[in-house]
Write a protein of this length. Structure first.
Length: 94
């Protein structure tokens, strides 16, 4: 069973290792913070993992996926719409 635990760490869900990889790769590719994108991916993957857990009868898997999805949703909600801050040069007064 320990091997399954290592495989779960690679799922693209924050705060797992796979979610950090998604965030960093997105940051490298787009040159913008990848946290928001990684949180959306995390929610989708956690919901799919939760549905798979229900289909397989894994109650703990459903609970774990639900907690991870909720953590990412609440982090997005807490960050608000200004989660990605774009640098804007200061306006000049004439």
């Amino acid at each position: 069973m320990p091997r399954a635990g290592y495989a779960l760490e690679l799922l693209p869900i924050l705060p797992l290792d796979g979610g950090n990889v998604v965030s960093n790769v997105f940051s490298i590719v787009t040159r913008r913070p990848g946290d928001r994108f990684a949180r959306y991916v995390s929610i989708v993957v956690a919901v799919v993992a939760g549905l798979a857990a229900v289909a397989l009868g894994w109650t703990f898997g459903l609970l774990y996926a639900g907690i991870l999805a909720f953590m990412n949703y609440s982090a997005l909600k807490k960050a608000g719409p200004s989660f990605i801050r774009v640098h804007q040069p200061p306006s000049r007064r004439a």
